[in-house]
Design a protein around this ligand. Sequence first.
Ligand code: NI
Length: 139
Amino acid sequence: MSGLVRFGVSIDGQLAKKFDSLIAKKGYGSRSEAIRDMIRDSLVDQEWEAESQETVGTITIVYNHHTRELEHALTDMQHKSFHQIISTLHVHLDAHNCLEVLVVKGKSREIKRIADRLIGTRGVKHGKLTMTTTGRELV
Ligand code: NI
């Protein structure tokens, strides 16, 4: 269906109050825009559940580059997944710590596997996979 669709939502008064306070904090101009974003977020979650659908994400990792063999292990893993890792940003945070952001594209199960391996590598202090979307299925 295309074009604008209007629908009414009946919810508990307390819940509506909490919702209005939440969206005000987040800076939404209207309930409609907040609800549209929530729907899109759920659709992106669904995209990631469909394991064979192509999707996009970023993997962020923080590590100490002095940790023995760590940089070598991380680079080796990234070369093995060169089809999915389409771009990398490296920032030297201080004399010891590095931040890397990897842009990944591919089937969700492949991306999750790459993220788990990188984040689970000994010496990686923190890591996070952000699951977003190619945007093709969203309006
Ligand atoms: Ni560095």
